[in-house]
Structure formats: C-alpha cells, structure tokens
Design a protein around this ligand. Structure first.
Ligand code: GDP
Ligand code: GDP
Length: 469
C-alpha cells in the first residue's frame, strides 16, 4: 500500500500542473482510462523505487454556491485527516497572500509532515523575489516551476525523505495482496523459463478473500451489507475490526471465509465542511489497496457518474479483481430504452477492463444479492491462479504467429520467453531484448491473448517486461 500525499493550496497556484508533472511517469498507463483523463483526482508518482499516491485536492470541485474560503478549508481538513504527507503550494507570481498564512498556520497544527513549495518560479532570479514566503515561518521552501520542471528533483528528494516507511514488494509489483514467486530481474538472467516446480504452492494460499465494497454515497452500500450479512448460511464471525478507513467484517459461508471491507459504515469523525463527502475517495483508495476483489457499486437512477469512473479507474490501476454492481435496477423496470442506454454506458466505462463482470440487481427487492459471493469466489480463483510455464510459452508463440511483434524504433523486438512471477493478480514477466521496443498496443494484445488462453475471463492479468541483451 502506498503512502498518500495531498497537494493543497489556493485555487490557481498550479496544483494540477504540479500533480500532472509528478504523476506523469504513469500517464501512459492512466492516460486512456475513462473519466480519468479530464479530471483526475489521484495518480501515482514513482520516485526512485517508491510509489506515492498523489491527490489533487483542487480536483474536488466545491458546490457552486460555496465561497472560495470554504473550499480551501474543506480541502485542507480532508488532507490533514487523510493524507500521510501534505504538499502545500503557493503562487510565487501572485506573491504571499493572507490565505497562505492562514493555511500554513492550520497545517502547522496538524501532526502530518508538510512540504512547502512556491510555484511559478520560472527561473532562479525569481527566487529572490519570492523570499517573502519565508514569512510563512517555515524552514525549508521549495522554489519550483511546475510548468517547466524547475526545482522538481529537490522536491522529489524531499518527498522521499518524508514518506513513511514502505514495506512494499520489490520490483514495483504493486501487489500488496499478492504473492511473488520469482524476481523478474533474476529471471531475466536466465536462458530458459523456470520449471513449474520452482514455484512454491504455499504462496497461493490465503486465509480469506478480502472484498472491498466501494461506491458513492447513496448507491445502496449499507443496504447491500445488511442483506449480505443477514443472508442464509452467512455467519458473521467476531466483532468487526475498525481501521481508520473502513470496517472489516469477517464472515463465513460454509467453509469459505471472507473479510468485507466496508467503506459505507464509516461516517465522518471530524468536522468537515459540507459538500465534501467526496473525501470518500481517500477511503476508497485505501480500501482498494487492501482488497483482493473490489465490488464497485453504482445505481441505475443516476447512472454512471464521473466519480464512479474514478473509482473503477483506481481499482484497474491497482490491478484488482473487479465486480461492477449496478444497483436499483428496479428503478428502470419497464423502461427498456434506459436499460439499453445504461448498458451501453457501462460497456464504454469498462472498455479497458472488459474482464470485469457487471451484476444488475436490486437490493431493495432482494434480487441478485445472492449472486455476489459466488461470483467473488469464481473471480478470485482466476485472480489467484497458477499458469503453467509450458502453456504460457505456447500461447506466446501462437500470439507471435498471429501478430508479428511490430518494431518501435530501429531495434527489432525479440521475446525470449514468458514466466509467471506472481499471483493476485496473475503476473507474467516477458523477457525481451529491449522493453522499450514493445509497443503499447502489442502489449495489450499479448495481455489479452494470455488472459483468454489461460482462463482468466474475469480477472486482470499483469504483464511486466524485463530486458536482456
Ligand atoms: P490549480 O487551480 O492550483 O490546480 O492551478 P493550475 O494547475 O490549474 O494552474 C493555474 C494556472 O497557473 C495555469 O494557467 C497554469 O498554466 C499556470 N501555472 C502552473 N504552474 C506554473 C508555473 O510553474 N509557471 C507559470 N508561469 N505558470 C504556471
Ligand atoms: P449507501 O449510502 O451507499 O450506504 O446507501 P444506502 O444503503 O443507505 O441506500 C441509499 C438509499 O437507496 C436508501 O434510501 C435505500 O433504501 C435505497 N436503495 C437501496 N437499494 C435500493 C434498490 O435496489 N432500489 C431502490 N429503488 N432503492 C434502493
């Protein structure tokens, strides 16, 4: 699970420009995700080997009738409560503003580490003029230009220095819920793919399937949980454990164990300005991080909203198994036209996660609820599956016959072999002569070929590339 850094500051100081610069390394990946392009709230920054989730609090648009001060206050309250690290940005061109002083004072009272940056310093000369910002009473100021990249490497170093310790897996596998069998780098040193016996089957075992239930307020999460926990054969074991972001409820059905990570039951503890229920995004991100299977709930009345897309995007980006639940299907009873419209919209939303199944249900009418856990089992089996090395390489060979790898640049791509290196999700390393020679679309093609051939109809598969000359 990666640390969360929130970028705060008055409007127009350059928060989103800075956000884009910090998360640009991942653009290629995030780029095409639906809803994420226009107005991304969060992204991943990779600094050296660390991964940071960056939140652009400016992206949480306030209701139109809310005064500007309230917006900034709400952002800051949210950041102070939810983030591990706060990046406070001021505008060096506009000069020091009373609101900046006020924000700095409030941030000082929080227990969180705060990094201060003065933006729009488009050259070293302007640093002198911006020295008035030392009136914020801080020891260290970063003079940066988010637009041009000035000062970014010092800033990145300081971010690294302030991150909480990270017990993440090596190789940036981003599989906190997963298990790694083999180091992809070590693998790249070999001439032949590893034998299946190299893989320790114990790594496959999990005690329970962790299911996160996420969704906007009012889509029906609490209703679903009540229905689920009250269902036949469901034993709600133990007292639920509360973490700072969710309630974890262990349940058992027959001999199957699950932990339901519930973001619905938590209501705001602190006093947060109205209109900022969207702080739920933080909670959802953390719940997604801790889950194997994400159940993303929406409701038919409002259809697929931008916030729904953000959440799906987050689950996809984290390579989680995903079930989309469209609740309140009863509202569209008898309206074939709207049902079709909504289906089309869903299909569009899941363009990049065609493997994610959609359940249309009505919790109110008790329809479809009993399908959820069996579907979770089915998907988890795929998500946690072992792909045989022999078969994997056959599929690779066939795929290359179907489509010769296109070359990027002058170098001809050579793929030596494929091997599974991790589960949750199934992660395949391709050992190639030059990772840069693998075109994005070819990568996607191979991913889909592997998925289909290996029976991962409803699970993502992660492909990583390792170079060897
Ligand atoms: P936000 O409201 O804080 O998210 O601010 P934006 O990122 O939208 O930036 C506000 C304006 O400042 C935009 O017109 C940006 O192009 C501009 N801007 C952002 N960073 C810089 C910078 O480093 N130098 C200059 N000169 N302009 C910048
Ligand atoms: P949460 O905020 O996501 O936990 O949503 P709730 O479970 O509190 O539900 C919000 C509202 O939607 C409540 O008034 C529920 O009665 C209603 N609701 C839940 N499921 C359904 C459904 O399947 N159909 C309809 N029409 N309403 C529902």
């Amino acid at each position: 699970m990666s640390a969360i850094m929130a970028i705060v500051g008055r409007p127009n100081v350059g928060k989103s420009t800075l956000f884009n610069r910090l998360t640009r390394t991942r653009q290629a990946l995030v780029h095409d995700l639906p809803g994420v392009t226009r107005d991304r709230l969060y992204g991943r920054a990779i600094i050296d080997d660390r991964q940071v989730t960056v939140i652009d609090t400016g992206g949480f648009d306030p209701p139109a009738d809310q005064p500007f001060a309230a917006e900034v206050h709400a952002q800051i309250a949210m950041a102070m409560e939810e983030a591990d690290l706060i990046l406070f940005v001021c505008d060096g061109r506009a000069g020091l503003n009373p609101a900046d002083l006020e924000i700095a004072t409030r941030l000082r009272r929080s227990q969180k580490p705060v990094i201060h940056a003065v933006n729009k310093i488009d050259g070293p000369r302007q640093e002198d003029e911006a020295s008035e910002f030392f009136a914020l009473g801080v020891e260290k100021l970063h003079f940066i230009s988010a637009a041009h990249g000035y000062g970014m490497s010092d800033l990145a170093d300081d971010i690294l220095a302030h991150l909480p310790p990270d017990d993440e897996l090596t190789e940036r596998l981003e599989t906190p819920g997963g298990a790694v069998f083999l180091s992809p780098s070590r693998l790249a040193e070999r001439d032949e793919p590893p034998e299946d016996e190299d893989i320790d089957p114990k790594r496959l075992a999990v005690d329970e399937i962790r299911v996160a239930l996420i969704g906007r307020p009012n889509v029906g999460k609490s209703s679903l949980l009540n229905a689920l926990f009250g269902g036949p054969r469901v034993v709600v074991s133990d007292v639920p454990g509360t973490t700072r972001d969710a309630v974890d409820t262990p349940i058992q059905v027959g001999d199957k164990k699950y932990v339901i990570i519930d973001t619905a039951g938590i209501r705001r503890r602190g006093k947060v300005a109205p209109g900022i229920e969207k702080a739920g995004v933080f909670r959802s991100l953390r719940a997604i991080d801790r889950a194997h299977v994400v159940v993303a709930m929406m409701e038919a009345g409002e259809g697929v909203t931008d916030q729904d897309l953000h959440l799906i995007g987050a689950a996809m980006e984290q390579n989680r198994a995903l079930i989309v639940v469209m609740n309140k299907w009863d509202l569209l009873a008898g309206d074939e036209r709207r049902r079709k419209q909504l289906d089309a919209r869903l299909e569009e939303a899941l363009r990049f996660a065609p493997w994610a199944p959609v359940l249309r249900l009505s919790v109110l009418k008790g329809r479809g609820v009993d399908k959820i856990l069996p579907l979770v089992d089915q998907i988890f089996a795929q998500y946690n599956s072992r792909l045989g090395t022999g078969r994997l390489n056959q599929v690779l060979e066939q795929a290359q016959i179907k489509h010769t790898p296109p070359s990027v640049g002058s170098r001809r791509l050579k793929i030596y072999y494929a091997a599974q290196v991790a589960v949750r999700p199934p992660t395949v390393a391709l050992v190639v002569n030059d990772p840069k020679a693998v075109h994005f679309s070819y990568r996607r093609f191979l991913t889909n070929e592997f998925r289909k051939a290996m029976g991962l109809e409803q699970s993502p598969l992660k492909l990583i590339l390792r170079g060897r000359s």
